[in-house]
Design a protein around this ligand. Structure first.
Ligand SMILES: Cc1cc2nc3c(=O)[nH]c(=O)nc-3n(C[C@H](O)[C@H](O)[C@H](O)COP(=O)(O)OP(=O)(O)OC[C@H]3O[C@@H](n4cnc5c(N)ncnc54)[C@H](O)[C@@H]3O)c2cc1C
Length: 533
């Protein structure tokens, strides 16, 4: 007997990517089925580094506090020569998006929290222990055939998402190929339940004889990653004796309890096609990164936030299906930029000879004497900005804001209470006016004319300007209390921004004194209309 189920979106894969999509769709009221072959979410250690952008997405699904309870916030990374001399430090202190930029977490705990919290949405059905065996697409939707305890389950959905990991079946269904290089490098990963290593940061030992990394984790755990040489036997490399010798040579953890030893081969690849008309790839199904930048899962969470609001907007008829064509255009170049970053970091970590190591490491030491260069590394300015150049965004007359993730300031409201921007912006689009005249500007903007329904209107004064005493009905009036927006405010005295549900800027515009918000509304309306067409 075959059971038949219907929904708007069927997601294959309950890893972090698939579950974040399920949360965002659940929040938007979209009927969703989440399909996972395993009985539970992962239990073995995997990703260990979660960034500020991903934590902002956790905030969007109202899980930031719960996730952060299991996170070690704000750690850095120090790079050492084979003689143990530190030649570069990455210790960012900026919090542009509301959270520290580098944070240690454990994937099993994150996944367990994501799964448990999905019960908030009665219209999101979880089908664990269901293997998706085949997917067919036609003009009006997709049909997935699942196998569960020897019986068939058929799911009919308007759209399907393949968040089904590195060996994605959905990738084959849409006819996509992985392009890029197979990173011909194997590492043995060793996870410890506790550590005697008291160094708080990540320690990267760039020793050509055997590069290794040791990373902190929440609750006093620690990970070691050792590069294997070509021809080294994988089985031997993962043996307890071999790993003990590596740990003994690396520091004080020779006798610390090992949770897992595993050899991994890393890849640097992405799919050449991310979607068909009704099927979409996200996360590891769409891109595979070496872990040196700690971005594999973080990129998947960016995909999730980008794709989920677009699917919800199309399913609800708010924006036309052409919107979905912007998914790959926005996400693919950015995901690849982070893979390239990981490969470049790998080159620094894995010098091929003592001579090459000395050249690179001395260059870093000299460069660190120049304060702007030192700041470039310490503050992680080398990390590609969350910035889309092409997609659901409109030109902004030189502000360089459209396509960029909007910063997240702490706002001081009229009653002196403090709140984060996203908590007043809500989960949809929001209008933000910035500048001395922001209150009047926000009040005068006919947001309904944009065609996205009624939107929150938020007026933000620069840090050193107090609110106008006249209140404006329907406008959240606030001051950028920490000056987080100071990096963008000098570009214009007043500006209007249409922020998307994924916190990226769709439209930004300088508003000169005599100008009314009318032209901003026209540009935004045209953008929404184009995606309709
Ligand atoms: C050693 C290591 C260290 C890493 N470190 C980091 C790090 O520090 N930071 C970081 O951001 N990333 C890191 N990563 C990468 C990160 O773990 C992955 O990028 C992340 O798990 C990808 O999430 P996903 O949801 O896209 O895919 P997955 O987590 O692989 O989930 C896919 C899910 O789909 C299910 N599935 C597949 N096919 C089917 C089917 N046919 N039917 C039903 N279910 C199916 C699978 O069972 C699985 O649960 C690391 C990875 C490794 C291996």
């Amino acid at each position: 007997m075959t059971t038949s189920l219907t929904c708007d979106v069927a997601i294959v894969g309950a890893g972090p990517t698939g579950m974040v999509i399920a949360h965002l769709l659940g929040q938007a009221g979209v009927r969703t089925i989440l399909i996972e072959r395993n009985a539970s979410t992962v239990t073995a250690p995997r990703a260990v580094s979660i960034d500020d952008e991903a934590l902002r997405t956790m905030q969007a699904i109202a899980l930031a506090d719960e996730v952060i309870a299991d996170v070690m916030l704000d750690y850095g990374s120090n790079y050492f020569t084979r003689h143990g001399v530190c030649f570069a430090k990455v210790e960012p202190i900026t919090r542009e998006y509301g959270y520290p930029r580098r944070n240690a977490f454990t994937q099993p705990k994150l996944e367990a929290s994501l799964r448990a919290a999905l019960v908030r949405y009665p219209h999101v059905t979880q089908l664990f222990e269901h293997e998706c065996e085949s997917v067919e697409e036609d003009e009006s939707g997709v049909t997935l055939t699942l196998l569960h305890a020897g019986a068939q389950v058929q799911v009919r959905a308007a759209y399907g998402v393949g968040a089904d990991g590195a060996r994605s079946m959905m990738r084959r269904v849409i006819g996509a190929n992985l392009v890029g290089s197979t990173y011909n490098q194997k590492w043995v990963i060793v996870d410890l339940a506790s550590t005697k290593e008291r160094f708080r940061q990540t320690r990267v030992m760039c020793d050509p004889a055997r590069p290794f990394i040791t990373l902190p984790g929440p609750g006093g755990i620690r990970r070691y990653e050792f590069m294997l040489h070509e021809g080294e036997d994988e089985e031997k490399a993962a043996s307890p004796e071999f790993v003990r010798d590596l740990l003994a040579a690396a520091g004080p953890d020779a006798d610390s309890p090992v949770v897992r030893r595993q050899v991994y081969a890393f890849h640097a690849r992405k799919a050449d096609k991310w979607h068909s008309a009704r099927l979409f790839l996200a996360g590891d199904a769409a891109h595979l990164s070496p872990p040196f930048a700690g971005q594999g899962m973080n990129s998947g969470i960016r995909d999730a936030h980008n794709l989920a609001w677009k699917l919800a907007a199309v399913i609800k008829g708010v924006i036309g299906p052409r919107l979905l064509e912007t998914y790959q255009a926005e996400r693919s170049p950015h995901a690849w930029a982070l893979i390239e970053l990981a490969m470049n970091m790998g080159r620094i970590m894995m010098p091929t000879s003592n001579r090459q190591a000395a050249l690179v490491q001395n260059a870093f030491r000299l460069a660190s004497l120049v304060p702007p260069v030192q700041a470039y590394f310490a503050q992680m300015k080398y990390k590609p900005k969350p910035f889309y150049h092409d997609g659901f965004l409109a030109g902004d007359g030189g502000l360089a804001l459209s396509g960029r993730m909007f910063p997240q300031p702490w706002l001081e409201l009229r009653d002196r209470s403090k709140v984060r921007l996203d908590d007043v912006a809500g989960s949809g689009f929001a209008l933000i006016a910035i500048g001395e005249d922001a209150q009047a500007l926000a009040a005068a903007t006919d947001v309904e004319a944009i065609g996205l329904g009624p939107l929150p209107r938020i007026a933000i004064m620069p840090q050193n300007i107090n609110l106008d005493s006249a209140t404006h009905a329907g406008v959240v009036e606030a001051r950028d209390v920490d000056g987080t927006l100071s990096s963008i405010t000098p570009r214009a005295r007043n500006m209007l921004v249409l922020m998307r549900p994924d916190r990226y800027v769709a439209v930004a515009m300088k508003i000169e004194k005599a100008q009314t918000p009318g032209s901003f509304v026209e540009i935004a309306k045209r953008l929404v209309g184009m995606a309709q067409g």
